[in-house]
Design a protein around this ligand. Structure first.
Ligand SMILES: [Zn+2]
Length: 586
């Protein structure tokens, strides 16, 4: 897709006005012929400023509004800098005709559509710059450009009626939002690659809320993938990209090579201002360095031991604040409380008094990892998603809690504020919460002891089963299992809490009642605007075949779309479960 860039938002608004004027003034303009014969048919109730339906709209009117909204959307996106994460699984078909992941890829970056349209990568390749675009190594560099996935949040950087043919299909509800379903095809004369597929347009403000298809024509040396791209109503009147599902089952990329993969792209961290609530405070520190001195003087009045604790606390709080500001960590919320309940169960049944409080927080990324920062236990969204039950969760938390109980050293360099002045994309290099092998071993041993006294003691077979499945998949899903900030879970010979594996039953992939791990994306919902997380309310579905177990796998997205009322901007209801909700034609 060529990126058509506008010098400024002003110019863009101007173009929209000109376009709108042209469409109104000359109803017989060539653009009109782009609309199918069904044009004559009224497709949507028009609404005046008060939202009261007036006369019916024709498809031409609808398309005019959609085009106008899409240009407004593009203008908005140039000011948005969400995090974009793509997790991709390469697939192969096994002897039983089941597709199984055999390799994976992971990209995390910040989307910047303001100028060059490049993402800034957080997972930079060693020895390369942090610009993702052309710096990836490995066999997939030809095919998987992260920017290619980020691109799929945009239908067309210059969406115009004259480039396309439109065909009204039907009305359909996506969640509670009534949509017009319209097929979109580039006109034969179009040489530039443009969107080919279907769009869902909500029938109140005519925003595109979903589009599904590819770009066409295909270029000779690169490939456009097929994608299903979803937007959520994150602010009143504003629909922003949240999920893209990509899949290719038989894409020929040369004489011998065929691409077979599926990928999930997620966007979050739109509300940078809200996430950076501490901005003002940081600014004061920068302007007057003595405020740092003031704090250390206060500490010097404390006893040496208290001073040491305060120092560690300061390092912990600095790291947490920074990670939240970048959008890596969810703000404190209900999921944290649920995790804390499990930790409390472990503490109480083991008669442990920590002497100070502890916290649990959710890392928003997919790779399976957990670590501690001082007295804060951090667990990734991906890991929370795939853990099969509470006993397995207790197993993960028990290991981290053990680091705290055993008083393992925590690098306090982050207590110095200058250590936090680094570009966001260096986060994974600068923030490092890895433990020594000796600490890991000690924490494993302590965790087993804690679990044996806990309410989870009779259910540890499931936890062992999860570790077994993880160990089995570690070869095929290295990127999912590779941690970015803490210690690895499995991989190579070392598996965390290996002693639990010995007591676990044998893995049986065919058994429907043995669930060793869940698919990604089923448990934790992220609000892409505020980064708040909550547990999915979708009820578990009974599996009909072993194929549906999809342990550690990714699935398509079917969010339950809701519309924000002007007054209810605080709460965004969304569902990411692929199984809980389906669109229902009306
Ligand atoms: Zn550890």
């Amino acid at each position: 897709m060529p990126m058509v860039r506008f010098g400024s938002r002003l110019l863009l608004v101007l173009l929209v006005c000109i376009f709108a004027a042209t469409a109104q003034d000359s109803p017989a303009s060539p653009a009109q012929s782009a609309v199918s014969p069904k044009d004559a048919q009224a497709v949507a109730p028009a609404q005046n400023g008060d939202g009261i339906p007036s006369s019916a709209l024709t498809l031409t009117d609808v398309i005019d509004r959609v085009v106008q909204r899409e240009h407004y959307f593009m203008a908005q996106m140039r000011h948005m800098h969400p995090l974009v994460e793509t997790y991709l699984q390469d697939l192969k078909t096994d002897r039983d005709e089941n597709t199984i992941p055999v390799n994976d890829q992971y990209f995390l970056g910040r989307l910047d559509m303001s100028e060059a349209g490049e993402d800034v990568s957080f997972v930079g390749q060693p020895g390369f710059g942090h610009r993702m675009f052309a710096k990836l190594t490995g066999v997939y560099s030809l095919h998987y450009l992260p920017m290619g996935f980020a691109q799929m949040v945009v239908l067309d950087t210059d969406f115009q009626k004259r480039y396309y043919k439109f065909n009204f299909v039907r009305r359909e509800f996506l969640g509670e939002v009534r949509c017009l379903v319209i097929d979109v095809q580039p006109r034969e004369s179009e040489r530039t690659a443009r969107f080919l597929g279907r769009i869902w347009v909500e029938d109140q403000d005519y925003n595109i809320v979903r589009f599904n298809g590819t770009y066409s024509p295909q270029p000779r040396i690169n490939f456009f993938f097929h994608f299903d791209s979803w937007r959520l109503n994150l602010r009143p009147g504003t629909w922003l990209p949240a999920y893209v599902y990509t899949e290719e089952s038989n894409l020929k990329t040369g004489l011998t090579k065929t691409l077979h993969f599926k990928a999930q792209t997620r966007l979050w961290g739109y509300d940078l201002k809200g996430l950076a609530k501490n901005e003002e405070f940081t600014q004061i520190l920068v302007d007057s360095p003595q405020s740092v001195t003031d704090q250390s003087e206060a500490a010097s009045d404390a006893t040496p031991i208290v001073a040491e604790r305060m120092w560690e606390k300061q390092a912990e709080e600095n790291a947490i604040e920074r990670m939240q500001k970048i959008g890596l960590l969810a703000p404190p919320g209900d999921v944290d409380k649920l995790l804390a309940t499990v930790v409390n169960n472990l503490l109480i049944t083991n008669n442990i008094d920590l002497q100070s409080d502890f916290h649990c927080r959710v890392l928003l990324t997919s790779p399976l990892e957990s670590f501690t920062i001082g007295h804060t236990i951090v667990i990734s969204r991906g890991l929370l998603d795939v853990l099969p039950d509470e006993a397995s969760l207790a197993m993960v938390l028990a290991h981290e809690l053990s680091h705290i109980v055993l008083g393992h050293r925590f690098d306090t360099k982050l207590a110095f504020n200058d250590k936090l002045f680094f570009p966001d994309e260096e986060s994974f290099q600068r923030l490092d919460f890895k433990r020594s092998a000796a600490d890991e071993e000690a924490a494993d041993a302590k965790a087993v002891e804690l679990l044996k006294n806990s309410p989870y003691k009779d259910k540890l077979g499931n936890a062992g089963l999860f570790l077994k499945a993880l160990q089995q998949k570690s070869h095929d899903l290295p990127k999912l299992i590779r941690p970015h900030l803490g210690n690895g879970f499995a991989g190579g010979k070392n598996v965390r809490m290996a002693s639990l594996i010995a007591s676990a039953p044998a893995l049986d992939e065919k058994r429907l009642d043995q669930i060793a791990a869940l698919p990604l994306g089923g448990r934790i919902k992220v609000d892409p605007w505020s980064d708040q997380v909550e547990l999915s309310k979708a009820k578990p579905v009974a599996l009909t075949s072993a194929r549906e177990k999809m342990e550690f796998e990714i699935t398509p997205f079917f969010p339950y779309l809701t519309r924000l009322s002007a007054g209810g901007a605080e709460k965004v209801a969304l569902t990411t479960s692929s199984q809980s909700s389906q669109s229902s034609p009306k």
